[in-house]
Design a binder for this molecule. Structure first.
Ligand SMILES: Cc1cc2nc3c(=O)[nH]c(=O)nc-3n(C[C@H](O)[C@H](O)[C@H](O)COP(=O)(O)OP(=O)(O)OC[C@H]3O[C@@H](n4cnc5c(N)ncnc54)[C@H](O)[C@@H]3O)c2cc1C
Ligand SMILES: C[S@@+](CC[C@H](N)C(=O)[O-])C[C@H]1O[C@@H](n2cnc3c(N)ncnc32)[C@H](O)[C@@H]1O
Length: 590
């Protein structure tokens, strides 16, 4: 297993629902919250201690860090306070980052939240997009409030955060029952992540906790407690909280495929309008009439394995909210016994919650009931509704401005983002990135399917026909955008090998385009300052683009990242684009 642990789900929450349905953690001998006034407890112990809602007035973006997400009651009560205080359409943003080692299953979460009087639609939204016990980072959006869940033990979770926190809710179980959650190491991570002037609230006044906080640099004060607890603790980190005014961000995005579209959407959710430049020549890899959103499953727990899962969950929520889902449920047919053994191992290991991955009816088939097929054109259209579109082909960028080959200004902004897929190949500036290219063709066949199937290739129900794909070919001297007969036959033959039936090609035109990949096969984020780029999305661009662009927008806006520090480093290009701004002789033959 090359030094990596097996990837599993997080350990389960061993919950008992006690009197008045109050959730109790059997293994810790403690309660998640009291059913006698849990909401008021949140307000006193956390909101009041952290100066909320008043402090939300001082910053445009405010970040809360919580240790122990549990049932999400604190989060929902904070959302309620945000809404009741008039911050919902205020142009401000709230980030709530919460760490949890024993996440509840969806059913437990619903059972715990159902009795609460809060907004039913928010509880349902949390449950609908809930990633269950899947390890790693998960990001969920609630209007201008962003929830980042980190499913991991408190210490590795804190050390994987990139960003800064304004207020802390320390809500682990009682220190006497769960000392690990309150250790000196945990407190020094809390300090590392604290902004000057950060405030902290907790229900415990245990001497060990006060000492750990004060040693780490906080000034802690005992205050009158809530309910049966006599005291609680408030703490302040030295410094002044005021945000420095920053220059407005005006993104110019080069390329309007799924990467560019998702980046525009990520900025739009932050109230920032983008300009997208694209020649509209129908060469985009994103231009196929259907795309599959299915998770890549790894046996080993590597940073990218967690990303494959969290990007999948994020993409599901995104495409559902964009209204571009065509079908759901994808069945994977294993090609041989070796692949079947791997799938059995993945099932036994438990990498995904049961509702997301299981055995299908046929012996060598596995089902992904929540996986989806999307309409790419609709996904792009709905993601870019708030952006301005400029028709043109960018040749170079300088200080936020973008020029075409004739030196005409196509757009002016503060930041430029190269998300131009195969177009990057014709620019000398990016040669050092060492990118690879793979031509892929999809074909249409006269066969009706109940579900989309994957089998090395894929077949997607498409009206009375099926879309069958896709080839992986090296580039040659012929245009990569011109469909080829031999590729159609290859698609049919692969289907035939998997299912023992060779469907007839339909009259609908095949489509050929180019994937961009990297030597590591992972996507690549390059650049800094005013010029950035995202490339190398390979065969899973529709799965990866929503979360990667959310990460890129968060980085540009100085917010907490939705991916771990390690993963961010892994996706960042080591090679810098060279300083050459002259375009290469165009390689694209259409
Ligand atoms: C056959 C095939 C099937 C696939 N199936 C799936 C699937 O089912 N699921 C999945 O997740 N992924 C799939 N992929 C992968 C996915 O399509 C890509 O990873 C993704 O579309 C890449 O998106 P992008 O925005 O980076 O690039 P593109 O979609 O190629 O978009 C780049 C855009 O930039 C524009 N452009 C280029 N040069 C310039 C320039 N100089 N100035 C301005 N604009 C420029 C182009 O016109 C284009 O519109 C498939 C890929 C192929 C080839
Ligand atoms: C009191 S409960 C939190 C209640 C929660 N804030 C709510 O609103 O429901 C404490 C939480 O800390 C979590 N926890 C305990 N030990 C942990 C650890 N080592 N790392 C991360 N989370 C842990 C528990 O699983 C539990 O959900």
């Amino acid at each position: 297993m090359s030094g990596h642990e097996p990837l599993t789900l997080c350990p389960p929450a061993n919950i008992k629902f006690g009197l008045k349905a109050s959730p109790e953690a059997v293994d810790f001998g403690d309660i998640y919250y009291s059913t006698d006034g849990g909401a008021e407890e949140t307000r006193t112990v956390f909101h009041k201690a952290c100066g909320l809602p008043e402090r939300w007035n001082t910053n445009d973006s405010f970040t809360i860090g919580e240790l122990g997400f549990g049932t999400g009651l604190n989060f929902l009560e904070t959302l309620r306070l945000w809404t009741d205080s008039g911050f919902l359409n205020s142009g401000k943003t709230l980030h709530f980052v919460s760490i949890e080692k024993f996440p509840l299953d969806k059913e437990q979460l619903w059972k715990a939240l159902k009795p609460w009087p809060g907004d039913l639609s928010l509880k349902m939204q949390l449950c609908k997009n809930w990633p269950g016990r899947v390890k790693g980072f998960h990001r969920l959006h609630f209007d201008n409030v962003t929830l980042t869940l980190i499913h991991d033990d408190v210490l590795p979770a804190l050390s994987s955060v990139r960003g800064k926190i304004d207020a802390w809710f320390l809500d682990g179980f009682s220190p006497s029952k769960n000392p690990h959650m309150w250790s000196a190491e945990v407190m020094s991570e809390v300090v590392r992540l604290s902004k000057p002037g950060a405030r902290l609230g907790t229900f415990t006044v245990a001497r060990a906790v006060r000492d750990a906080l004060e040693t780490a640099g906080f000034t802690a004060t005992k205050k009158a407690g809530f309910g049966r607890k006599r005291d609680r603790l408030e703490a302040v980190y030295p410094g002044d909280l005021q945000d420095l005014p920053s220059a407005p961000i005006k993104p110019v995005i080069i390329g309007g495929g799924i990467a560019g579209a998702c980046l525009a959407k990520a900025f739009e959710t932050r109230g920032i309008k983008s300009v997208i430049i694209d020649p509209d020549d129908d060469t985009a890899a994103s231009g196929n009439p259907a795309a599959i959103i299915k998770p890549r499953l790894d046996l080993q727990d590597r940073p990218e394995s967690r990303f494959f899962l969290s990007s999948y969950f994020y993409a599901l929520a995104r495409y559902q909210s964009l209204g571009c889902v065509m079908e759901n449920t994808i069945i994977h047919a294993c090609r041989d016994d070796k692949e079947k053994a791997r799938y059995e191992k993945l099932l036994a290991q438990g990498v995904l919650p049961a509702g997301h991955f299981g055995k299908a009816d046929n012996d060598h088939e596995y089902s992904f009931p929540e996986a989806i097929i999307i309409d790419p054109a609709l996904a792009i259209l709905n993601s870019t509704a708030g952006a301005k579109r400029v028709s043109g082909r960018a040749a170079r960028a300088e200080n936020g401005n973008v020029y075409d080959e004739a030196g005409r200004v196509l757009a002016e902004g503060s930041h430029v983002f190269w998300t131009c897929g195969y177009g990057i190949r014709s620019l000398v500036r990016f040669e050092a990135l060492n990118l690879r290219y793979s031509r892929g063709q999809i074909s249409f066949a006269d066969i009706t399917l109940n579900y989309a199937k994957t089998y090395g290739g894929y077949a997607i129900p498409f009206g009375p026909e099926s879309l069958i794909g896709a080839t992986h070919k090296r580039l040659d001297d012929i245009s990569p955008f011109k469909p080829r007969r031999e590729d159609d036959l290859e698609n049919i033959e692969k289907f035939n090998l998997a299912f023992g039936a060779a469907p007839i090609l339909s009259k609908r035109k095949s489509r050929s385009s180019v994937r961009v990949t990297t030597p590591s096969t992972l996507p690549l984020i390059f650049g800094d300052g005013p010029e950035w780029g995202l490339t190398g999305l390979g065969s899973r661009g529709f799965v990866f683009a929503p979360l990667l662009t959310e990460a890129l927008a968060a980085e540009i806006c100085g917010e907490i990242l939705p991916v771990s520090k390690r993963l961010w480093t892994r996706f960042r290009a080591r090679e810098k684009p060279n300083s050459e701004t002259r375009p290469k002789r165009p390689l694209i033959k259409t």
